[in-house]
Design a protein around this ligand. Sequence first.
Ligand SMILES: Nc1ncnc2c1ncn2[C@@H]1O[C@H](COP(=O)(O)OP(=O)(O)OP(=O)(O)O)[C@@H](O)[C@H]1O
Ligand SMILES: [Mg+2]
Length: 117
Amino acid sequence: MKLITAIIRPGQLAKVKEALFRAGVRGITISRVSGHGGQGGIVEQYRGSQFVVEFHEKVQLTIAVSESFVAPTIEAIVGAARTGEVGDGKIFVQPLEQVVRIRTGERDTEALTPVGA
Ligand SMILES: Nc1ncnc2c1ncn2[C@@H]1O[C@H](COP(=O)(O)OP(=O)(O)OP(=O)(O)O)[C@@H](O)[C@H]1O
Ligand SMILES: [Mg+2]
């Protein structure tokens, strides 16, 4: 199992959600975040030193998937989130040790399978 964290442009969210749904991804958490990548944030000078005053608004998707869903999930996000301009975002993939569905007590891949599937 993997935990996929994707940072995307807010304007691409609808397209990405649709692509993920088509790829069979159901469970997803969405948060509004701010950050900066290689280009830095919006930088100002104060008494000779530079500091970041503003970050770029992004959307973070957190998706827990079983192994067979890792590649399709990444492909769906990349395909729908890319504009080709700097700031399109990033995807981080981490090993996921345990998942528990609280209602049933199911564990791991069973807990990731959509109910009724
Ligand atoms: N190394 C990182 N660690 C944590 N978050 C990051 C990292 N790189 C980027 N992010 C997050 O992803 C968002 C988008 O990053 P961005 O697409 O600008 O990455 P980049 O590496 O600068 O690529 P590009 O050159 O295409 O802009 C950032 O605003 C930040 O929230
Ligand atoms: Mg950047």
